[in-house]
Design a protein around this ligand. Sequence first.
Ligand code: FES
Length: 143
Amino acid sequence: MKTRREFLKDTCTACLSTAFLGLTFSQLTSCSSFPIYKTNLSQKIVSVPLSNFAESNLVILRDMQVAYDILLVKKSETEFNAIYMKCSHQENPVTATKSGLFCSSHGSTFDLDGNVTKEPALAPLKKFKTIIQDNQITIDLNS
Ligand code: FES
């Protein structure tokens, strides 16, 4: 028979283990990493080789002169989204996952077309025009 002290020790160890595993699992499932294509924009138009989508349908475009990253979503061979990763609620950066984007500030979520799937955000995320040409996707940041 266990003493009260042994019982509490075993129970607390189990609880901590469960909490740790739960936290770790939660971090793993919400932690997504996608290829990052870094640019140095001299103009407001950038081209990204389509070969960057060989491993993933999602590529993050990052430029130090642009305040937020841009998520490039390959919807088909001829259709792409370029989504500005700035939350439409209060302008915090959003995080991309395989199924959409979320904002950790107040919990808004968006689909891979930038549409709101969970409030408090009401407006969709900004999207830029894209053109597919010569094995490149060109994003017009003026659009
Ligand atoms: S700033 Fe994104 S949900 Fe509020």
